[in-house]
Structures are given as structure tokens and as C-alpha cells.
Design a protein around this ligand. Sequence first.
Ligand SMILES: C[S@@+](CC[C@H](N)C(=O)[O-])C[C@H]1O[C@@H](n2cnc3c(N)ncnc32)[C@H](O)[C@@H]1O
Length: 335
Amino acid sequence: MTDPTAIYRYRESLAAVDALTVAIAHLDLFTAIAAAPGDLAAICQRFSIHPRPAHTLCTLLIANDLLRRSDDGVLYVTDTAREFLVAGSPLDARPYYASIAEKPGVNDFLTVLRTDRPANWPGEEGEADWHAAMRTEAFAESFTAAMDCRGRVLGPGLAQALAGCPPHRLLDVGGGSGVYSIAVAAAFPATRATVLEAAPVDAIAQRTVAAAGLGGRINIVTANMFADAWPEDHDTHLFSNVLHDWNPTDCRRLLATSAAALPDGGRLLIHDMLLDDDMSGPLWAAEYSVLLTTVTQGRLYSAAEIGDWLADLGMRIVDRAPTALGRSLLTAVRR
Ligand SMILES: C[S@@+](CC[C@H](N)C(=O)[O-])C[C@H]1O[C@@H](n2cnc3c(N)ncnc32)[C@H](O)[C@@H]1O
């Protein structure tokens, strides 16, 4: 396989320029922080914006070396921001962004900052967010195809990371088309998998698994992962690109359901792009997190954040392996 990084990275970084434009052209954030540094809570209060998207925005600005965070959480402008993005500088570059301030995506991110609600996402009936749109046939088809093609790149790396100890029975929670279950089942002939999905994606998974010739080893269970009972007797649970769709409270609910359903000696796998523990990057993750914040109720998380949620459930992360395209696979077990 050749390297598709540019193809995936541009798509995932789509909303980052909108967020930067909001900071410069709508909030004049750097001029304000240069005059009065403050922590995230103070900045949210000053601009009447919500912590989740504000956190994502600040992570993006730190990753671009435009803000820095002190050990006590206070945000300061960097030398570059002071030179180019603060009023009164002879090299003031703010007009370069003022000219794109009314782009639709820019206004979307401003709406997300002000309301903490996902901005417009096209569904058959003009649904307000990605989750609602995913319950409609046409959007579920096109979005699941997007996840599926990306999974064909990422799946082999995920399977490779499991080579030392392949799962006996894998539960692929919110498994989409089943592309990761397919990759794991294809790599390990003794593995059986279950894809837990909501309608109408369940039917897409059924079709995709059958087309891969793995219908005998991968079954699909239609369930609401938040409300319904999970299938039992699976020694390995996989959350691939699932936690980033949800806020921390919902992530904790999902992980708690998993921890309760896992047998002794079971493993919980989290496959996602991760932010650095100090929330300073990496840049690709900071950019992708903006897109996720704009369309879902979540954002990217760090291994430390996920580790804290798991610790409350008596679990700990024991391994982190790269897969591809900047993603990692975390493995957690009971303490
Ligand atoms: C971002 S996609 C990830 C799909 C796949 N795991 C991957 O890595 O490409 C999230 C998946 O979660 C599923 N999902 C969302 N809410 C769900 C729910 N309440 N119950 C079951 N699945 C759900 C969606 O249908 C979607 O396929």
C-alpha cells in the first residue's frame, strides 16, 4: 500500500481553518489574551463560549504555536501570535482572515462555540446533527462508506497490533460496516466477531460481511449500545472511532457497560486518533478534533483522559500501538 496520508489528512483537517478564522476574525482572541491572559474557564466566560469547543480551539492554537499554556493552565499568546495576530502590530495579519470571516463553515464553528451543539450536517430531512442524520438510509450509506474505506487502510494495522494475542470472540461496538471485524477475522482464522450496530447501519454491516465471505464467522447484532443489553461471552471489546463521537459522560457510560460485560481476563480495545496528554497536539489530531467537535457531541481525547475513565472502572491501559494515519490502539485490562 502506498501512503494515503495527504488524502485523509486534508479531509480530516477541513474545519481547522474555520476555527482559526473564528479566533482571529470573530473573537479577536489573540488581542484579548495578549491584554489579559486567562485559563480556559476565564476565556469561556469572557467570550461567552462553551468549554468543549473552546478546549478544541485552544488545543488547535497551541498545536500551531499561537498560544501556550502554563503549568497552572493560564493561556498566553506566543511570540508569533503577538507579531501577527494582535492589534497594533506592524505585521498584523488579521485582515487576511477578516476577508473569509463570513464563510459558511466559519459561521458553523462560531455557532458550535456559542451553543455547544453540533452544526448543520446534511441528512434526508435536514437533520441538525450527525447522530440524527445517521439514522437515515441515504446518509448512513454515504457516511458508512466513508468509514469503510478508511477502515480498509487502518484495519490491517489494527489486526497486526493484535497478532501477539488474537481475540477469540471480538465485540465490535458501533462497528460500522464491520470493516475492522473483517480485518481481524481475515488475519486470525480462529477469531469470531460480533458487530453491534444500530439500524440502518446494521444492514450495511450484514451486506459488507457477506461480501467479504465472512458471514459464518462474523454476526451482526442490532442494538442501541446505550440502552440495550450487550452480547455476552466476548473476550475482547473494540471501540473503533466511537468514543470521539460522545461527551465524557457518555464515554464513561459506554466503557462502564463494556467493563461490566467483559469476562475475567477480557480486554478492552480503543482505536482512535489521540491527543497528547498535555493537550499540545499533535497538529493533525488537533485539526481533526475541530471537525469532530463541529459535527458530533465529542472531540478527540488523550490516552490520559481515557485512562482516568478506565481507572474509575478498575481498569488500566497496558499497551499503545500505532495502526496507521496517526491512529493508535489502546489495550486495557482489569487491574
Ligand atoms: C464514527 S462511526 C465508527 C464506525 C467504525 N467503528 C469505524 O471505526 O469506522 C460510529 C458508529 O457508531 C454507531 N452508533 C452510533 N450510535 C449508536 C448506538 N446508540 N448504538 C449502536 N451503534 C451506534 C454509528 O451507527 C456508527 O457506525
